[in-house]
Design a protein around this ligand. Sequence first.
Ligand code: 4AD
Ligand code: MG
Length: 478
Amino acid sequence: MKSYTVSELLSQKVAPNTEVEIKGWVRTFRANRFIALNDGSTLNNIQCVVDFENFDEALLKRITTGAAVHIKGDLVESQGKGQTVEVQAKFVDVLGDSDPETYPIQPKKHSFEFLRENAHLRTRTSTFSAVMRLRSALSFAIHKYFNENGFYYMHAPIITGSDAEGAGEMFRVTNLDAKNAPLNEAGEVDYSKDFFGKETNLTVSGQLEAETYAMSLGKVYTFGPTFRAENSNTSRHLAEFWMIEPEVAFMDLPGNMDLAEDFMKSVIKYILDNNKEDLEFLDNRLQEEDKKKPQAERSEMTLIEKLKFVTDNNFKRVSYTEAIDILRNSKPNKKKKFKYIIDEWGADLQSEHERYLVEKHFNCPVILFDYPANIKAFYMRLNDDGKTVRAMDILFPGIGEIVGGAQREERLDVLKEKMAAIGIPEEDLWWYLDLRKFGTAVHSGFGLGFERLVMFATGMSNIRDVIPFPRTPQNAEF
Ligand code: 4AD
Ligand code: MG
């Protein structure tokens, strides 16, 4: 007798009247007869019919929500409604009991807050299993895209001595004794005595190292965890998140935009083609949620419509300067509805402004480019105007910034000047400067926040619900 997953049994590839074996967790047990069994392979449950006359009463009592069971029986065409096939059970063994009094995941609606506290069990619900299957599919689609387009996958280090974004929001890595750290003559902690002989941190971005590989292997990308010690308790920030960072030699900013747009469309198309069931489930869930809201707050498009909208329409490319003009003349700015009023060129854009541009003004994904140099990172290429840099941010409806990237400063003298201006010592980035000394060339790349992509793709509104075990200020449970 062969063992199958629920997905295989429901796929209609197994002929009816085949003897099958299956293991999974009980979602519900109805009328002492119908087990809805789920093994995570698909959103759907398989119904297993237990003829209670043929089974011991003590065994039947142990078939409870959450129990792990092993079932053997015949796959048959279903007698009832709601499923095409079911398993007529001949053998049932409870592998692991689940006390119905204390099992947290009851067969009813739980709040996302409650499920976050039970993140170790929340993937036993339909919503979270769908989200995490989609997360897995998106991750595969990303590797597939780069693989098919001639990129090499590069593993950037997680422990690093450099602050790629220059924002100073890093988690220190040390094995010095906090109570008894060695001090130097100035009375400061002496990191030369630390494990690496210098100050080290968890990386905020693999970009600088990826640049070294782009300038040798041509087209590369990283896909790994990144860490930021910013105290932002928002629905879009994590202290530990995953980032995808392609980096390409001889590519300029328009090329970077083309790559980012094609890439985003391709991975979204992948899930539309391959993860219909989970997407339809989440789409229906959102429509149900929407019905509870007042008309004005309901979304104009369903989840699947939103995804198709991205794959079928061009991203709007707008310079920072044009965006500032639009914002300055916008209603919420004039009526002082924005928290941060835009009055002059040079202002940093807040998420309220980004969302106004994508959701109200353009109503489609937007690529903003050529930002003022002083609100962007040191490594971005200075334009001839001397005040803007070849930066680009991609803004998505409902999300805001999802991608940040740039054409890199490839001129040694200009880069050195910029580093000096913000106080980055040349010794710290001697290897990064070497790239500009030996065979320098135009090159560009960007970073996609993976969780923000998963939020967009699943319609989940809190970033804590699209990563298995979220790390946020004051929270590192599990
Ligand atoms: O815009 P960021 O900071 O860009 C970089 O790190 C560049 N080095 C990328 C590059 O050019 N290779 O971050 C890139 C993206 C953001 O657009 C956002 O989607 C995501 O990473 N991100 C976060 N996601 C979750 N939580 C946070 N705290 C995030 N910070 C950035
Ligand atoms: Mg950014």
